[in-house]
Design a binder for this molecule. Structure first.
Ligand code: C5P
Length: 421
């Protein structure tokens, strides 16, 4: 599953490292969190510094490392209260018995325990210790207290330990921890989008990419559509709180995060799947696919052998997917696309009516800098007459930005006070 790394660039993680041999894994954890785009600041206890140096974490996090509570210089940079407020999440990994005990007792005799008391952010601890120390009654008692206090405890794994023992007490791998952090923020963002996003709770179906029309078992007719615009729209709809199904022709793009992808090949298959999706429930149908206008009348059962100087293949018209869906009784809000090389606005407005669409986005594919295969696009959006909405010019921008503006246009039309007839 692909992931947009910029998503978490506004999220701040304090990684607190305490004394334990697992501290070496925390260095990799910083890297993985940074890979996801998080801002990371590291707090180290005295015990941690016996295992690994602050310099390592400074280099990896790109930020000064916080070690002292009452150091005027460090406090002038970012004091403990400011640090506690800065954090969106505090992850203590590894968490020693000593730190867990301090948290449980509410002590505030070093930087980390003070930040713990001063923060409103969620706190996660990943205990790592000798299996006997893990099983010890005071440790279990303190952990129960932490759970009661709302701390999320990431259970240690079982295995061979640095001390030679075998049992529970190993810190999970840094990749797993970073992924849990990413999933937590992702779910939180999702919950907000599903409640307040522009397309909150809407079910959106999007067709994207080219279709592939078989000539024989090894050959086909297709086009150069890359599917980038449709995939960008799928991602934008998902971010806006929609449930998104992407009917993708053959393209080499990663599935956007959270989007359900169904791969289809021919126009007929794309239409069948579109009708099926309609039955499942669909509020908005967005047709970005470059559907082949014609398919081969009779697909050869076996590979056609070379013979003679000419080969005639007879083609028949494919069904118009978007127009077919628009004719259905329970029709969703219909969005079409038009790629033209001339009279762009006139042709697009004609298609809006002819295909009974609610909205059409058109672009001028004669421009080399936008459209097909490009990462940028510029579009003009028209709405069906009954919406009484002005056309919108979406100026040249990345396909992601254009997708966002299209989501806004869909939202505005859906919430237009004038009832469409
Ligand atoms: O007629 P034209 O191909 O220019 O129309 C483009 C619009 O119609 C796009 O939204 C495209 O996805 C959709 N379309 C379709 N099925 C077809 C042809 C086009 O859904 N067979």
């Amino acid at each position: 599953m692909s992931f947009d790394l910029s998503v978490f660039s506004n999220k701040n993680i304090i990684l607190a490292v305490t004394g334990g041999i697992a501290a070496y894994k925390s260095a990799i954890l910083v890297r993985r969190l940074k890979d996801y785009g998080f801002n990371v600041r590291v707090v180290m206890t005295k015990g941690a510094q016996a295992f690994i140096t602050p310099l390592t974490f400074q280099a990896l996090s790109g930020n000064p490392v916080h070690t002292e509570l009452l150091d005027p210089e460090a406090e002038a940079g970012m004091g403990h209260i400011e640090l506690a407020r800065w954090a969106d999440l505090i992850l203590v990994a590894p968490a020693s018995c000593d730190t867990i005990a301090k948290f449980a007792a509410g002590l505030a005799d070093d930087l980390l325990s003070t930040v713990y008391l001063a923060t409103k952010a969620p706190v996660w601890v990943a205990p790592a210790m000798n299996q006997q120390m893990w099983a010890a009654k005071p440790t279990q008692r303190n952990l129960n207290t932490l759970v009661e206090d709302g701390v999320h405890v990431i259970l240690p794994e079982s295995g061979s330990q640095a001390c030679g023992d075998v049992g529970l007490g190993r810190m999970p791998e840094p990749e797993d921890l970073a992924e849990q952090v990413k999933d937590y923020f992702h779910q939180a963002q999702r919950a907000i989008a599903e409640k307040f996003g522009l397309l909150a709770g809407k079910r959106v179906v999007i067709t994207a990419g080219p279709t592939r029309e078989a000539i024989d078992p090894v050959r086909y007719i297709s086009n150069h559509s890359t599917g980038k615009m449709g995939f960008a729209i799928a991602a934008a709809c998902y971010s806006a709180g929609a449930k998104v199904t992407l009917l993708a022709g053959p393209v080499s793009l990663d599935t956007p995060n959270g989007v359900k992808r169904i791969n289809v090949s021919s126009a007929i298959k794309m239409l069948d799947e579109s009708l099926h999706q309609l039955e499942e429930g669909c509020d908005v149908f967005i047709a970005t696919a470059a559907v082949a206008d014609y398919r081969v009348a009779e697909v050869a059962e076996h590979k056609i052998k070379k013979a003679g100087d000419e080969l005639n293949v007879s083609l028949i018209k494919n069904p118009d997917i978007v127009a077919t869906i628009a004719k259905q009784e329970k029709r969703p809000f219909m969005v079409g696309f038009a790629a033209e090389t001339r009279n762009v606005e006139e042709y697009a407005a004609g298609k809006l009516v002819a295909k009974k669409l609610d909205m059409i986005a058109c672009n001028d594919v004669s421009r080399a800098d936008i459209g097909f295969a490009s990462d940028e696009n510029a579009m003009i959006v028209f709405f069906a007459e009954q919406y009484q909405m002005e056309k919108r010019d979406l100026e040249k921008a990345s396909k992601q930005e254009i997708a966002q503006q299209l989501v806004e246009a869909i939202h505005d039309a859906l919430h237009n006070e004038i009832e469409p007839v």
